[in-house]
Design a protein around this ligand. Structure first.
Ligand SMILES: [Zn+2]
Length: 398
């Protein structure tokens, strides 16, 4: 049992939102939380370690609601070409794009991929992320998709909590789309049988999977009792978010191009809107998702890095929070809530992670400042002092 004592503020992402002069008692899970003056003395006797965190701020571990964790190789050359102004179609023509990552991931062994991805896991932890969602999608064929999903499952709880998603990401070069959608539906049955994924996701976008194809695929997934997610309304509005609401998706992600009428429909549902501002930022987009309108209309907004080798090669949720406040005009409180309890809702993990409450995982961040607003005010500086995951100290800075 460990005790963190006398934090200047605990930002709980629950009720009450902020505890001043707070303490937390935990094992793997949180045992007690409250004001230090109310801390029962028996905990201090039983504790094997007591940390004095006075003048520091405690937050729940960040939950990253959207990552493409498992791939091999990088696409830095493509990033450089894009900075020089080359468009995606041209990049694809000369061998870049998603299909470059598909080739690299296909040719690597599972052991090589595991070793490669572990480096990313440490980066997530260093910046305070303790739970992530991870998608497949750089295989496109069944064998490679299984290899990726097995890798995701193997990495779960070592030490990050990882929620696996099977993603229909793109259409292979040698396949007709209608035939591939039928094939994908067959993949779903195998993945269900092997229990490799909790969620199913599709890249519903003009020129990739259109509405009818997305509907067919997602309905099949729903019939197999997968929970649903969608990449949609990122470049064009083809009605993807409305389809997500209609099918009872857990989350709809990206949403740069949603309209007023979509927001009205979303606001009447429980679907979580996962916004990914680092992708828009790194693509030098001028248009960002309308976070303010979504929140003002009582939609549930969550955040993620969209960590992937092509458009958002970052594991840093603190960076996403900064962008959300400055570019998406979210308040700092909203950005933290969206990166903790709301992102936990986006991946169906709100019973275990995303807030500091008795019975939840002891996924706890301690920051070396006195006011949580410094998370954004002291911009792009990592002030993390400690990261605890399931009660275990994973990171500390002297
Ligand atoms: Zn994505």
């Amino acid at each position: 049992m460990k005790v963190l004592r006398k934090a200047k503020q605990i930002f709980t992402s629950a009720n009450p939102l902020i505890i001043e002069n707070g303490s937390i008692v935990f094992d793997k899970d949180i045992i007690w939380i409250g004001k230090d003056e109310d801390l029962p003395s028996e905990y201090l006797k039983e504790a094997i370690r007591v940390f004095d965190v006075s003048n520091k701020v405690i937050l729940p571990g960040f939950v990253d609601a959207h990552t493409h964790l498992v791939f091999y190789g990088n696409r830095v050359f493509e990033f450089i070409l894009r900075l020089k102004g080359m468009d995606y179609l041209k990049i694809r023509e000369i061998g870049g794009g998603i299909l470059k990552s598909v080739r690299d991931t296909k040719s690597a062994t599972k052991q090589e991929i595991l070793k490669y991805v572990k480096k990313f896991i440490y980066k997530f932890i260093e910046y305070g992320t303790t739970t992530i969602e991870a998608k497949s999608g750089y295989g496109l064929d069944l064998e490679t998709e299984i290899k990726i999903l097995e890798t995701i499952n193997e990495l779960n709880q070592k030490p990050l909590t990882i929620v696996p998603t099977f993603l229909a990401h793109d259409i292979p070069e040698n396949k007709k789309k209608e035939e591939y959608v039928i094939e994908l539906i067959e993949y779903l049955k195998v993945i269900k049988e092997m229990e490799l994924a909790k969620f199913v996701d599709i890249f519903c976008e003009k020129g990739v999977f259109e509405i009818d194809e997305s509907r067919k695929f997602l309905e099949s997934a729903r019939n197999l009792e997968f929970k649903l997610k969608m990449h949609t309304d990122e470049f064009y509005n083809i009605g993807g978010s409305r389809l997500g609401v209609e099918l009872g998706a857990t989350s709809i992600d990206h949403l740069n191009e949603i309209k007023e009428e979509d927001i009205e429909i979303i606001s009447k549902s429980n679907v979580v809107c996962v916004l990914l501002p680092s992708t828009s930022f790194l693509l030098r987009k001028e248009k960002y998702p309308p976070a303010r309108k979504l929140i003002d209309n009582n939609c549930i907004v969550a955040l993620g890095t969209d960590f992937n080798p092509g458009t958002s090669f970052t594991q840093n949720m603190q960076f996403v929070i900064l962008l959300s406040v400055i570019l998406l005009k979210m308040t700092i409180e909203e950005a933290i809530i969206s990166s903790t309890i709301n992102s936990a809702k986006a991946i169906g993990m709100e019973d275990k992670v995303g807030s500091l409450e008795v019975g939840k995982y002891a996924d706890i961040l301690v920051f070396d400042f006195e006011d949580y607003n410094f998370l954004v005010y002291n911009s792009a500086i990592n002030n993390l002092k400690y990261v605890f995951k399931n009660g275990k100290l994973l990171f500390s800075k002297s």
